[in-house]
Design a protein around this ligand. Structure first.
Ligand code: IPM
Ligand code: MG
Length: 367
C-alpha cells in the first residue's frame, strides 16, 4: 500500500479553513483507494511569526525536508503588514521555500468553466467556452534572486538600488522542458514570452528556447511574444494561448493577470516543482491556491475550498504520480460547481450560497 508523505502548512486567515476541507477530501479518497497518508501540520507565515518568531520556522523547514511534497495554504494579512518587507509573511516564507527546494517550475492552470464566465471581468462573448490555458513561470532565477542586489549611498548623497536579472542556459532549458511536457498533455502549443527587443537575458532566453525545442520537441508548435504584447493579448483573447511560458518576474505579473481574467481566485490552484526526485521518483513540489488569505471573510466558514482541493489534486499528480486520481478530483470539483450548481459566495451570482464545509461535502459525494 503506497504511503504518501507530505507536509501541511495551512498558514493564515482562511488558509486553515480551506486546508481542513482539502485534507478531508484527501483522507476520503485515500481510504477509498487504499492509500496511506502520512502528513503533519506545521506553522508558516503569520502563524510562524506569532508562534516561533519567523515566517518559516526551522521546525517547519525540517518537516518539509522529511516530506515528499508540501501542501501549502495561504500566508499574510493585515496583522503583519507593518513588518519590514523582508520579514513579511509571504516573502519570508515563500522565497526561502522556493530556494531551499529549488522549486524552479511554477505551473498555474488558467481554467474557467463555461458556467462561470460571469466571474471573469472579460465580456462573455470573448470567452464563450470559458478559458483553458496554463502559465509556466520560472521561479528560482531572474531578477528575484540575481546578485548583486543592493542599496547604496552615492557620493552626492542620493540612494541607488540595484537588482540583477540573470539566466543561465541550463536554467532556461529545464523550464523549457516543463513547458514542453505540459504542452504535450494538452494542445501542443507553447508561447514563450520575453523582452528580447531590450534585455540580454531575454535574447538568451529566446535563442535557448528556440534551439531546445528544435532539438528535443520539434513536433510542438513554439511561438514567441514580447511581454508587453502578451499582457494585451491575454486580456484580448486568452484562449489564443495553450501554454504560456516565461521567466520569473514576467510570470509573476502575467499569472496574476491570468488569474483575474479566469474569475474567482477561489478556483485557482498552482504547483511549484523542484529539481531531482522525491522517494516516489517524482519531483518534490509545493502546492498552493493562488487566492491568498482573504482576511475579510476569514473565520466565517464561507471561503471557497476548491482552489485548495485542486492544489491537492496537483500534488497527487506531480509529486505522487497519481494522475488518474488527480483527474477524478478535478472532475468532481467541476461537476459540483457546474452540473450540481453548488456555489460558495465568490461564485454564486445570485444562486444560493453554501459554506466551505458543504462545498467539500458536495465534492466528496461526486467522488
Ligand atoms: C507569487 C507571489 C510572490 C512572488 C511574492 C509573495 C514574493 O506574488 O507567488 O506570485 O512574487 O513570487
Ligand atoms: Mg505574484
Amino acid at each position: 500500500m503506497p504511503t504518501l508523505t507530505f507536509a501541511v502548512l495551512p498558514g493564515d486567515y482562511i488558509g486553515p479553513e480551506v486546508m481542513t476541507e482539502a485534507l478531508r477530501v484527501l483522507d476520503y479518497i485515500a481510504a477509498k483507494e487504499g492509500l496511506t497518508l502520512s502528513y503533519a501540520i506545521a506553522d508558516v507565515g503569520g502563524a510562524g511569526i506569532d508562534r516561533h518568531g519567523k515566517a518559516l520556522p526551522d521546525s517547519t523547514l525540517e518537516l518539509c525536508r522529511r516530506s515528499d511534497a508540501i501542501l501549502f495554504g495561504s500566508v499574510g494579512g493585515p496583522k503583519w503588514e507593518k513588518l519590514p518587507p523582508n520579514d513579511q509573511p509571504e516573502r519570508a516564507a515563500l522565497l526561502p521555500l522556493r530556494k531551499a527546494f529549488s522549486l524552479f517550475a511554477n505551473i498555474r492552470p488558467g481554467l474557467l468553466y463555461k458556467d462561470l464566465v460571469d466571474a471573469s471581468p472579460l465580456k462573455a462573448e470573448r470567452i464563450p467556452n470559458g478559458i483553458d490555458i496554463v502559465c509556466i513561470r520560472e521561479l528560482t532565477g531572474g531578477i528575484y534572486f540575481g546578485q548583486p542586489k543592493t542599496t547604496t549611498t552615492l557620493e552626492n548623497g542620493e540612494q541607488q538600488a540595484i537588482d540583477t536579472m540573470v539566466y543561465k542556459t541550463s536554467e532556461i532549458e529545464r523550464i523549457a522542458e516543463v513547458a514542453a511536457v505540459t504542452a504535450r498533455s494538452r494542445g501542443r502549443r507553447v508561447c514563450s514570452v520575453d523582452k528580447a527587443n531590450v534585455l540580454e537575458t531575454s535574447v538568451l532566453w529566446r535563442r535557448t528556447v528556440t534551439e531546445y525545442f528544435a532539438r528535443k520537441h520539434p513536433d510542438l508548435a513554439l511561438t514567441h511574444m514580447y511581454v508587453d504584447n502578451a499582457a494585451m493579448q491575454l486580456a484580448r483573447d486568452p484562449n489564443q494561448f495553450d501554454v504560456l511560458f516565461t521567466e520569473n518576474m514576467f510570470g509573476d505579473i502575467l499569472s496574476d493577470e491570468m488569474a483575474v481574467i479566469c474569475g474567482s481566485l477561489g478556483m485557482m490552484s498552482s504547483a511549484s516543482l523542484g529539481v531531482g526526485s522525491n522517494s516516489h521518483g517524482r519531483p518534490f513540489g509545493l502546492y498552493e491556491p493562488a487566492g491568498g488569505t482573504a482576511p475579510d471573510i476569514a473565520g466565517q466558514g464561507v471561503a471557497n475550498p476548491c482552489a485548495q482541493i485542486l492544489s491537492a489534486a496537483l500534488m497527487l499528480r506531480y509529486s505522487f504520480g497519481l494522475d488518474a486520481l488527480a483527474s477524478r478530483i478535478e472532475a468532481a470539483v467541476r461537476k459540483t460547481v457546474t452540473v450540481d450548481g453548488v456555489r460558495t459566495g465568490d461564485i454564486a451570482f445570485g444562486r444560493p450560497r453554501v459554506g466551505t464545509r458543504e462545498m467539500a461535502d458536495a465534492i466528496m459525494r461526486n467522488l
